[in-house]
Design a protein around this ligand. Sequence first.
Ligand code: PLP
Length: 369
Amino acid sequence: MSALDIAVDYDAIADNVRTLSARAGDAEVMAVVKADAYGHGLVEAGRAAREGGATWLGVAQPHEALALRAGGDTGRIFTWLYGTEVPARALIAADVDLSVNSTEVLGEIISVARDLTVAPRLHICVDTGLGREGVTLHDLPGLITVAQEAQREGLIQIVGMWSHLAWADRPGHSTIDLQAENFRAAVLMAEEREIQLEVRHLANSACTLTRPDLHFDLVRPGIAVYGLPPVPDPDGENFGLRPAMSVRSRVILVKDVPEGQGVSYGHEYITPHRTTLGLVSAGYADGVFRAGGNQAEVAIRGRRYRIAGRVCMDQFVVDLGSGTEVSEGDAVTLIGPDGPGARDWATAVDTIDYEIVCRFGGLRDKERA
Ligand SMILES: *Cc1c(COP(=O)(O)O)cnc(C)c1O
């Protein structure tokens, strides 16, 4: 048995997509399953998202789109992260919708399309202010000219335009409206040049949950699909979403120690009184963040315990207090409905829950291999 038992509740993913679909109203849902579905398993999570009503799946990297097809997915798939080295031939053969980041990438796709009988479906990515992927508003007219020409020749079809927000997780931030305004201008620019857009898309999870006016035709939630909304629910109901990943380990040793006992390397925890320590058989080599020492909590038999002292390579200790009922073999919940959430770990180790699930999810893969 491995040190960490990492499980994914795929019904939760399907239910979360149903919940997000209801919130999206008339807009369709593209479930973002990049990075092995944020560590939840690309093909399995993709299947669950389809079950929940996702009409699109979105991935950053081309190989992920091809892996979804190889896994049997037959719906609309969108991929966006590549340069001119894009494996356009394979992606077009797999009927994947492609993003266009620049006139150079567009040129590459057009040159591949010349040898083909099908015209690939393309979505123009506009940098409306994130300062990351996409064509700037300044360069957009030039790209549209090239696209229009190729479309007239029947080589490509521009079906979408999209962008991504910088501050969606800060509802009310001034850049959100500014980016939306830029996005509308970009859409208008394309439409004025005879480009008929099937889908315009801008909203990530935070925007899907907080800005219904910016859903356009399609929303692209990622983290919320896995039950981890990036903004607090004003109603305190987690937006009706349920975390899908749980991470567990075991207590392998329980022992009594006196007051003043230093615990683990460097004795960064000293027992404040006579107590009982529990040893858990998972450490940083297994993916337990070392920064969680004296910070992060776990749950055993439904009770929370802070990690006592440093997290070691393959073990850590908790102070169970006196009179504990915890015994060897008990399950230790690092993340789960009966314990802390990914967000709690993120706070404890100073990161975001996205990184927590990606990290544990990466280990899940290794286990299966
Ligand atoms: C990751 C990503 C998303 C999903 O973002 P969340 O914050 O996880 O909802 C949507 N669109 C793009 C372009 C992304 O890179």
